[in-house]
Design a protein around this ligand. Structure first.
Ligand SMILES: [Zn+2]
Length: 104
């Protein structure tokens, strides 16, 4: 997608050369919009919420979400699998059966 934007910019540069200076501000506006668009696009690619490790449980947590998720399933398969609480010190992943303990 960013390659398309680079292509548009290059076409605009050529257009700019053909335009009288009084019209250059229009192209400048388009450049600005393109920069915003390109930032939005690259931002949306990494829009997946990044987990933080919860040291108390050894599980991953995601922003705006109170669940505890298996770090192994997420790291290996990018899947959010809820962990099941066994007791105050132990949780297990319902999918890969990993035991998740408090981190030291
Ligand atoms: Zn798992």
């Amino acid at each position: 997608m960013n390659a398309s934007i680079e292509k548009i910019k290059s076409l605009l540069q050529q257009t700019l050369a053909e335009l009288p200076p009084s019209q250059h501000h229009l192209i400048d506006e388009v450049f600005k919009e393109l920069s915003t668009l390109s930032q939005t696009l690259s931002g949306s690619q990494s829009d997946e919420p990044q987990p933080t490790i919860d040291k108390t449980t050894g599980c991953y947590q995601f922003e705006g979400n109170n669940g505890f998720y298996c770090p192994h399933c997420f790291d290996n398969q990018q899947r959010k699998v809820s962990t099941q609480r066994i007791n105050s010190k132990l949780r297990i992943c319902t999918d890969c059966r990993s035991s998740l303990k408090r981190l030291n």
